[in-house]
Structure formats: structure tokens, C-alpha cells
Design a protein around this ligand. Structure first.
Ligand code: AMP
Length: 453
């Protein structure tokens, strides 16, 4: 299939060709015709699948016909959970719409109102916004949605996770009922379907086989970690590999991201942190430096890295496992993009065993364990067969386990390494919990035969 077959405006085709795209990706192939026919749509697609073009291209096509409704409000509104993702959608709209005379802009939290009011003072074609700030403008009366033809909820599941449900509903209640609504989400959870039910009109549903096929080019590995220092040793080893050209390292907290980036920098690696406590200018600068290759190692938290689109990431390293299985899929999707191969390495410590099991259930396979020569773990993870020990996201993980003796004193320089609900050593090894719960065994390096946990 070719882009010409969509019968898009020649200016759009020219822009796509200039981007070097020859064939539509599966999500584009399936979504674009449906959206061009005016249908509402709910689609599961993650970053890296080409989902942005899947909604931007038909939106641009719609904008080739002038609006008949007077006013200044946007004709196309894209809501995104984070400023980074909004930036990428804006970039895509500008890139694919560069042959058209469009007025586009973003309305983002943490950015100056003055520029946003200027943007809204004249008719605007496309607005990309984060929900909170957009609602703020709606309530102040500085934006109206009566010209809105197309509403796109990008990463709707993440917007729900971040607590934007009410804001989204308020925004939608001010949009004309004649609008076309598209919802893109990484997962079809119940909460997403409930939202879709409220906001979409008889939508078509497209579900790509996201869990495995989109990551076919990513080699996934698991390293068992005894403790924080062991994780650091393994990280030092991995980042000294010349095959690692550019990596994103995920940490559980902002503080850890800062500390780890500092330690890597001190060790001579071009490294930087990216997290939600940084202001937008600093975040943009860091991402730009990563794109230019001035940074080789980016230590990030989930929210900050959401939607991050930097090509040429050879490795994703989960220094800490994510609490939500969906985030694992998002994280590893930073590598193996646009046909390239990538390596995703995860460290798992005993307190993260539940997170690991959740991830493996979600992706439908076990992550293969590997050891680094000279850095093999003292601990052995023994997972529950059958895997019916599912825990809801947010439930405590790992606190059934005592800390291994081998980890005593580890991680002093890393004060915040404990996750929310992480282990208190008081339980001791004997309090293993009921049968059918994960078990961790420890052995000594000198005596490799496992002893009871
Ligand atoms: P997205 O999933 O929208 O974040 O897109 C992931 C990456 O794929 C971006 O860098 C796009 O520029 C690129 N891309 C989107 N569509 C295509 C296509 N049809 N062919 C090649 N690359 C594409």
C-alpha cells in the first residue's frame, strides 16, 4: 500500500515523501481511511507505531477545506498527557502540514499565558494541549470550541492514569456534538472503554497486536540484582559497552534519576537526567542535546519520557522496574523504532518481583534471565508457576520478602531507592507468605546450590 492510495491532498503527500516515508505503517493503513470517512475511532497503538501521523494526516486533509463557521477557536484539538508528547504532535503537524497555510499552536501547563493568549486571539487551525491548561482557558473564556471539527485524545489511558478524567469530560462537554472524536490508547482497559463510551459516537475499534509484534525488533533481557550497588555495578558494565550508542535508563524516582545521572557523568559518560521537576525549558534542552548526540545516557522517569521521540536509541535499561506493566511496554518502545533493532535490559531486585510478574503477564512471555560475567547475582528469583498471584497496580510489592543478608549496608548513597510500599526487612526470610506467592532464594557465590529463602 502507498500513501497515494489514501487520496490525500498533494501538499500532504509531498510532505510525507519529503519525510522519506514510503509505506504507511499498519496503524496508518487501518486508521486513515476510517478517519477520512468521518468515523469516530478508538485505536490501540503505542508510540513508535506511527500513530501520530495516523491522526495528523486525516486532520490535515480535513483542514484543506475551509471552515464555514465564524470564530477563532481551533478546528482540530489534540489532547495529550504530557508536554513532551504535545511537542511531538506539534512537530508532526508542522512537518506534515508544511505545504499548507495553517495556524497551529500549543496550550501547555507551565508555559507563559501571554503567548497562549496571543495564539488564541486569531483563528487557529490546530491546537495541541494538555487538559489542565486548556480547561483553564475555557473557564476564563479565552478559548471557545464551537468551531471544533475534530477532537483527538492521544494516550487516553495515560491521561486517565494522570487524573485528567474530569478535565477531559469538562472539555468535551464544551465541544460541539457534531465533532469527530478519535481516541488513541496503549491499552483497552475498562476505564478507557468507559471514557470512550462517554465521548465517542459509535466508534470503530482498531486493535493492533501491540504486545508482541510491535516489539519484534527489540531483544529483551533480565538481570537479577541483589541490591542497589549490584544494580549500579551492572549499569557501569553495560554503559561501558561500545555497542551501546545511546540509552535511556529508567529510574523509579526523580531523585534517583538526578543522582544516577550525576554518578554516570562523574564516571565520564555524557549523561543527563529528565524528570518532571525540571522546567520545560530545561527538559526541551536535554531532549535536544540527546537528539544531537551530546548526551549518550539519559536517566529518566516514566512521565518525563512518555512520548519521547529520539531516534537511534540502542538500549533501554530499566534500572528500576515500572510499577505499571503498560509503562514497561512504553519504555522499551523508545528503542527499536522505525525498523531499527534495539535492546531492552531490565534489572529486578527481590522487592520488584511482583512488578516483574505483572509485566510478564502483560506482555505474555517470560523475560529471559541473563548473567553478566563476574557480576552474577547471589540471589535467585523463583517465580510462581501459573501466575495467578496478580496484584492490582498500586498494591504493595515486595514487602513479603526479607532483605537478603547479602544486601546489608548497600545503597547508602542512594537514600530514596525504596519504592512506594517497598520491603521492610523485618519479615525475615522465614515469613515467606502463603503458597503460590513468589519466592526469592539466595545463595552464596562460593556455594551455588540454592538455600531456602
Ligand atoms: P509515532 O508512533 O507517531 O511516535 O512515530 C514513530 C516514528 O515513526 C516517528 O519518528 C515518525 O517520524 C516515524 N514514522 C511515522 N510514520 C512512518 C512511516 N509511514 N514510515 C516511516 N516512518 C514513519
Amino acid at each position: 500500500m502507498t500513501f497515494e492510495e489514501f487520496k490525500l491532498n498533494p501538499a500532504i503527500i509531498k510532505a510525507i515523501t519529503a519525510c522519506g516515508y514510503t509505506t504507511p505503517t499498519p496503524i496508518q493503513e487501518q486508521s486513515i481511511p476510517v478517519v477520512m470517512q468521518g468515523n469516530d475511532l478508538i485505536a490501540t497503538a503505542q508510540t513508535g507505531t506511527g500513530k501520530t501521523a495516523a491522526f495528523v494526516l486525516p486532520a490535515l486533509e480535513r483542514l484543506t477545506v475551509p471552515s464555514t463557521i465564524p470564530g477563532k477557536g481551533p478546528r482540530v484539538l489534540v489532547l495529550t498527557p504530557t508536554r513532551e508528547l504535545a511537542g511531538q504532535v506539534m512537530d508532526a503537524a508542522c512537518k506534515y502540514g508544511r505545504g499548507m497555510r495553517l495556524r497551529t499552536g500549543s496550550i501547555l501547563g507551565g508555559m507563559p499565558y501571554r503567548d497562549q493568549l496571543r495564539l488564541l486571539s486569531a483563528p487557529v487551525d490546530i491546537i495541541v494541549a494538555t487538559p489542565g491548561r486548556l480547561l483553564d482557558h475555557l473557564e476564563r473564556g479565552s478559548i471557545r470550541l464551537d468551531r471544533l471539527e475534530m477532537l483527538i485524545l492521544d494516550e487516553a489511558d495515560r491521561m486517565l492514569d494522570m487524573g485528567f478524567s474530569e478535565d477531559m469530560e469538562k472539555i468535551v462537554s464544551r465541544a460541539p456534538s457534531t465533532r469527530q472524536t478519535l481516541m488513541f490508547t496503549a491499552t483497552m482497559e475498562k476505564s478507557v472503554l468507559v471514557l470512550a463510551e462517554k465521548m465517542l459516537n459509535n466508534p470503530l475499534r482498531i486493535e493492533l497486536a501491540v504486545r508482541t509484534t510491535s516489539h519484534a525488533l527489540i531483544e529483551q533481557r533480565l538481570h537479577v540484582a541483589d541490591n542497589l550497588n549490584h544494580k549500579k555495578d551492572m549499569l557501569r558494565h553495560l554503559v561501558s559497552d561500545t555497542g551501546l550508542t545511546r540509552a535511556i535508563i529508567f529510574s523509579a524516582t526523580k531523585r534517583d534519576a538526578d543522582e544516577l545521572a550525576r554518578e554516570l557523568s562523574r564516571a565520564g559518560h555524557p549523561a543527563a537526567a529528565l524528570h518532571g521537576d525540571m522546567n520545560q525549558i530545561a527538559r526541551n534542552k536535554t531532549i535536544e542535546r540527546m537528539r544531537r548526540g551530546a548526551i549518550r545516557l539519559l536517566v529518566a522517569t516514566d512521565v518525563a519520557a512518555r512520548g519521547l521521540d529520539v531516534n537511534g536509541i540502542s538500549h533501554v535499561i530499566n534500572f528500576d522496574l515500572p510499577r505499571f506493566a503498560e509503562d514497561y511496554v512504553h519504555r522499551i518502545g523508545r528503542t527499536g523504532r522505525a525498523g531499527a533493532t534495539g535492546i531492552a535490559i531490565s534489572f529486578v531486585s527481590s522487592s520488584e518481583l511482583n512488578y516483574l510478574e505483572r509485566i510478564e503477564r502483560f506482555i505474555g512471555k517470560k523475560l529471559p534471565e541473563q548473567n553478566i560475567e563476574g557480576l552474577a547475582p547471589l540471589s535467585v528469583l523463583r517465580r510462581v508457576s501459573g501466575g495467578n498471584g496478580a496484584k492490582r497496580p498500586g498494591s504493595s510489592a515486595g514487602n513479603r520478602f526479607g532483605k537478603p543478608k547479602t544486601s546489608a549496608g548497600a545503597g547508602k548513597s542512594w537514600g530514596s531507592s525504596a519504592k512506594p510500599g517497598a520491603a521492610k526487612p523485618s519479615a525475615g526470610r522465614s515469613s515467606r507468605g502463603p503458597v503460590n506467592q513468589p519466592v526469592v532464594e539466595y545463595r552464596s557465590r562460593r556455594n551455588p546450590s540454592p538455600t531456602a529463602a
